[in-house]
Design a binder for this molecule. Structure first.
Ligand SMILES: [Zn+2]
Length: 70
């Protein structure tokens, strides 16, 4: 399979404030958030989150749903 145009849908987390956005990962490794292209805090640095299940449920607020309170 040589799907070089295989853009995947991922979750990306802002490296500055931790907000989570739905994003696209391009075959060349670029990560681009869907919609704005930058975080509401102004950062454009994002890291992918591996555990992608419901990207469509992540809204632009990106508030974490506090699981695992200790
Ligand atoms: Zn941010």
């Amino acid at each position: 399979m040589a799907n070089r145009d295989d853009v995947t849908r991922e979750l990306a987390e802002c490296t500055e404030c931790g907000s989570v956005y739905a994003a696209r990962r391009w075959p060349n490794g670029d990560i681009q958030t869907i919609g704005s292209g930058s975080c509401s805090c102004g950062s454009t640095d994002f890291v992918l989150i591996d555990d992608v299940e419901d990207a469509e449920n992540i809204d632009s607020e990106g508030s974490p749903s506090g699981v695992g309170t200790e």
